[in-house]
Design a protein around this ligand. Sequence first.
Ligand SMILES: [Zn+2]
Ligand SMILES: [Zn+2]
Length: 143
Amino acid sequence: MEKLTLTETPTCACGSVSVAVDGRALSMLLCSCRDCRKATGTGHSGFVIMRRDDVTVSGETRHFTKIANSGSEISRHFCPICGTPVYGVTARSPALILLPVGLFTEPDWFVPTQAIFSRSHLVWDALPEGIAQYETYRPGAEG
Ligand SMILES: [Zn+2]
Ligand SMILES: [Zn+2]
């Protein structure tokens, strides 16, 4: 499948953090894990995965790190002023960066191909019809 190229500089809600992206969207997914539910305040998150080298974050972020279900550390960075989730990085895949799709201004290009952590998916939370669902991670995927 041809990869979408994104060239955009979205910001957090208050504008103090900007995220310049210039590169290909490697993967798009939805996640219903409990941490994503807390980070988004609703049933699931939507992420674009890109190469870390293709993304430049400007402005101060704060983060917290915890052990993900994969057993590797994930750090979730957010704006300390407005609380917008800005990006995530995992110790297991340090060359990659996870960008919440809600950060982008008009992400109508977002076409998630998998929904992960269906084991904690909530019945009222609608997912796209026909999307591949996985109990935890997609087999063979990096956490
Ligand atoms: Zn902000
Ligand atoms: Zn998650």
